[in-house]
Design a protein around this ligand. Structure first.
Ligand SMILES: *Cc1c(COP(=O)(O)O)cnc(C)c1O
Length: 397
């Protein structure tokens, strides 16, 4: 038995591996953080929806329950993975669009404040969206510089915020390094300066616990197709803290965010509650699969999922220390500060990734010379991690 197989044998969650659709010729899927694998249950759910609900109910489906689905699934996600009480989360749009909508809403509620705080190491869309908004509104960006293998620290944020800060936008788990930011502490620092904070949870939701209500966070967004397994282009999610909902207005005033969409009336009046952050007709088919993953996370228990995530990334680091001594670890060694992926830098990686893909070993490459091993806890085995790292070492050797 290999070490990976022995760890699988001892893994209380190993039974969940069989719940996912098998992939022919796959040796190691190490990119579950970019695109989660489909659950077998989702195949049935989507087929059943097409035949029975769309086919059978036709337009009546909207009245049955489709219109409520973004909020029903939002509440499920909030309870299972975000530490959010009901009525504060919905599913829709994409992460980029929701970032825009919530950032604009926060800025409109911050008159006289002129600065947005952002990390230079954040995911491009977060930077681009906020740079565009800053340009349109004549605001300036205060850039934070994080260590390559780290992320934004409380001391850094405290040094960057002040009476001019309107909004702080941060990723909870850094997309490149996997560094887990201190959610409660950074939220408190933003609030002490009188600023809003908008969290991007794209690399957290479904793998690393988040406690939005306990943090006192204002706003959050995140992806539905990474650790939530919603499928390519699945809609995103947004959180708006309950007490802020009536005071915030988002900029894309569509009919389904209005108070009485089916009255077809004149003039936009925002709906009460989280509903006002919705814009147009919600992408119902696209949000079905993530519901199965949310249920699976609930069944497995998010603490157990987090524990396996730490063990998987620790095992990946142990193997790379041993087999790839020339690679530089660009993720935290401290498991408490490390999300569910591991990034390694090595000048040879860019060249071998196409060969790895052909062999059925699928990591992700990250510029300039990084390889990212994304280990989705319920769908990744320890044996798979071992096969993947061994293949990388062999091709580099
Ligand atoms: C993956 C990711 C996104 C993706 O945004 P889309 O609008 O879904 O393309 C945004 N932000 C972060 C931090 C991400 O990791």
């Amino acid at each position: 038995m290999t070490r990976g197989e022995a760890l699988d044998h001892a893994d209380p969650l190993s039974g969940y591996l069989d719940r996912f659709v098998p992939s022919e010729g796959l040796v190691a899927y190490l990119d579950g953080n970019s695109l989660g694998r489909p659950l077998a249950a989702s195949v049935d759910r989507v087929a059943d929806f097409l035949v029975r609900e769309w086919g059978g109910r036709l337009i009546r489906g909207w009245d049955d329950d489709w219109l409520e689905l973004p909020f029903v699934i939002g509440d499920e996600l909030g309870r299972v993975a975000l530490g959010a009480a009901a009525g504060q989360v919905f599913i829709g749009d994409s992460t980029s669009v929701l970032l825009y909508k919530l950032a604009r809403a926060a800025l409109a509620a911050s008159p006289g404040r002129t600065e947005i705080v952002l990390s230079r190491q954040d995911f491009p869309t977060d930077r681009y969206v906020l740079e565009g908004i800053a340009h349109d509104l004549g605001l300036s960006i205060v850039w934070l510089d994080a260590e390559a293998e780290g992320g934004v620290t409380p001391a850094q944020l405290a040094g960057a915020v002040g009476p001019s800060t309107a909004l702080v936008v941060l990723s909870h788990v850094a997309y490149r390094s996997a560094y887990i930011a201190e959610g409660a502490e950074l939220t408190r620092i933003a609030h002490d300066a009188g600023a809003f904070i908008l969290w991007d949870l794209s690399h957290s939701a479904g793998a690393v616990p988040v406690d939005l209500d306990a943090w006192g966070a204002n706003l959050a967004v995140g992806c539905g197709y990474k650790y939530l397994n919603g499928g390519p282009g699945a809609p995103a999610f947004a959180y708006v803290r309950r007490d802020l909902q009536s005071e915030l207005r988002q900029p894309i005033q569509g009919w389904l965010g209005s108070r009485a969409p089916f009255e077809m009336g004149e003039g936009y009046e925002p709906a009460d509650g989280i509903r006002r952050f919705q814009t147009g007709t919600p992408p119902i088919v696209g949000m079905l699969a993530m519901r199965d993953m949310i249920a699976l996370l609930d069944e497995a228990g998010t603490d157990a999922v987090r524990a396996k995530s730490e063990q998987l990334t620790a095992f990946a680091i142990e193997l790379t220390d041993e087999l790839l001594p020339e690679a530089r670890l660009a993720s935290p060694r401290d498991p408490e500060r490390r999300g569910s992926h591991v990034t390694l830098d090595h000048p040879g990686f860019a060249e071998i990734v196409p060969r790895l893909w052909r062999e059925g070993v699928i990591p992700d490459s990250r510029r300039p010379d990084g390889i990212r091993l994304g280990l989705s806890p319920l769908s990744t085995s320890f044996a798979e991690v071992q096969r993947g790292v061994e293949a990388i070492a062999r091709l580099l050797g």
